[in-house]
Each structure stands twice: as structure tokens, then as C-alpha cells.
Design a protein around this ligand. Structure first.
Ligand SMILES: C[S@@+](CC[C@H](N)C(=O)[O-])C[C@H]1O[C@@H](n2cnc3c(N)ncnc32)[C@H](O)[C@@H]1O
Length: 235
């Protein structure tokens, strides 16, 4: 468990990482394979993901679950008692090349789940002017960020500096809002299926601590390399 900064644990299964977290985290980010396309499919996907969500609530107050809308929606039918859907988030990207005849894919979903009554921080999205006005008591409510996160896919020349070769890497801009809404500076975020470590990069930039791991040794290695240049670096 890190006292400060970003810890990248050895490659291991999601349940082992969740079990290893002894401090209550602010949030767990779950971005598993999607049961379609890259990563393949598993017959017990819904049951498995339900169990991962349940175990995540053993570690944190907020749980974010990424996936295709028609697949990830099934998590909502089996939320652990005392938890709720805070918001259905959509990541919208315009730049997906597609040779499929018909609708061109342009979205992923992310369920923001939380323990009932868990703190959220919309004030983290204010402009400096809004924050000033808020502090001076000149605002009746805190304006929240939109539930649609717009960020291009890191593909081709777009996001070249972020690209690591991981086949399903998210842009940092798609993860940052989750971290800002669910945590304060210094809080702990866990990503037990971290891929190329995008959550770690977002946490480093936003001064949160993080524990990351992935079942793949190759992706853990990519994550460690990537985070060397991020604030703090892996412990
Ligand atoms: C969609 S990718 C994550 C991408 C990541 N958010 C990023 O931006 O780089 C899914 C990751 O989940 C990992 N994964 C799948 N099943 C796992 C399991 N049972 N335990 C740990 N990691 C797992 C895969 O190895 C893969 O790297």
C-alpha cells in the first residue's frame, strides 16, 4: 500500500488486487475486457462482473464500470445492497474509423456506482472564476460537469504521446473526470485491471494516490514504464 504516489503491483487477478487493498479507497475504476471484440468473450461474464463490482465495494465508496452500453447495463440488475447508480456516463469520440456498413461506433458507457450517500465533488470542475464566486457565497448551487465526456480516441496521429500499444487504452481525458468527481487530493484510487495504466497517469496529474495492477505481465510492464515519467513514479 503506498503512503504517497502510484503503486504498480505485480501482475495478478482483479480479485487479488481488491483483496490486497487494506485502506478504504475513494474509488475503484473497473475497465475490463468488454465481452466483445478484443479480449474475447466468457459465458459467465455478467456473473463475474457482478462479483467484481461487489468485491470493489469492499474496497471503495465509488465504483466506475466501463463497457458497451448493452452489456454493462446488466450490472444494474444486481447492484450490491446499499449501493446505487449515481450517473450513467458516456464517453463520446468522433474519430473511430470503421469499415462496418451502418452506424459508426462513437461511444462507451461508464456506470458511476456508489455507496448511498457517498460524497461527490462537482466543485472540482469549477473554473477559477466560478470557484472564487462560490467561496464568496455568490452561487446558489454547484454547477456539475456534463455526463457525456468528449475525448478523441488515441489513434493514428491523435494522442500520439499517450499511445503505448495496448489494444484498448483509454485517453487520460476520459478517466480524469471520474477521479475528480469521486475523490480529493491525496485520496486513494484503485484500478485492478489497469491495462496501460491510464488511471495512474490521471491520478498522478491530479495528485491522487493509486494502486494499479493487471493480470497481464506485459501490461504491468507497460504501466511501470509509462508511470516513470509521471509525478512520483511507481513505488
Ligand atoms: C480495456 S483494458 C483496460 C485499459 C485501461 N483502462 C487503459 O486505459 O489502458 C482491460 C484490461 O483488463 C485486464 N484484465 C482482464 N481480466 C482481468 C482479470 N481477471 N484480472 C486482472 N486484469 C484483467 C486485461 O489484461 C486488460 O489489460
Amino acid at each position: 500500500m503506498p503512503k504517497n504516489g502510484i503503486a504498480v503491483a505485480p501482475a495478478r487477478d482483479v480479485f487479488d488486487t481488491l483483496r490486497s487493498v487494506k485502506e478504504r479507497a475513494a474509488a475503484v475504476v473497473l475497465d475490463p475486457w468488454y465481452n466483445r471484440g478484443v479480449g474475447g468473450t466468457r459465458a459467465d461474464y455478467d456473473d463475474w462482473l457482478g462479483r467484481v463490482v461487489e468485491a470493489s465495494f469492499g474496497a471503495a465508496d465509488h465504483v466506475f464500470v466501463w463497457g458497451f452500453p448493452d452489456i454493462v447495463c446488466r450490472v444494474l440488475g444486481r447492484l450490491p445492497e446499499g449501493t446505487e447508480l449515481v450517473a450513467w456516463l458516456t464517453w463520446y469520440y468522433k474519430n473511430c474509423p470503421s469499415v462496418i456498413r451502418g452506424w459508426r461506433p462513437a461511444q462507451y458507457s461508464c456506470l458511476h456506482l456508489a455507496e448511498k450517500g457517498a460524497a461527490v465533488y462537482p466543485e472540482h470542475f469549477m473554473t477559477p472564476e466560478q470557484a472564487e464566486k462560490y467561496r464568496a457565497g455568490g452561487m446558489r448551487y454547484v454547477p456539475g460537469p456534463p455526463s457525456v465526456i468528449e475525448a478523441p480516441l488515441n489513434i493514428g496521429f491523435v494522442g500520439r504521446g499517450e499511445q503505448t500499444g495496448h489494444p484498448a487504452q483509454k485517453p487520460v481525458k476520459a478517466i480524469e473526470p471520474l477521479v475528480k468527481m469521486s475523490s480529493m487530493e491525496g485520496d486513494l484510487i484503485v484500478d485492478p485491471m489497469c491495462g496501460a495504466g491510464t488511471t495512474g497517469v490521471a491520478c498522478a496529474g491530479l495528485k491522487r494516490r493509486a494502486v494499479l495492477s493487471d493480470e497481464s505481465k506485459e501490461y504491468v510492464k507497460i504501466t511501470k514504464e509509462r508511470l516513470k515519467s509521471a509525478r512520483g513514479g511507481p513505488k
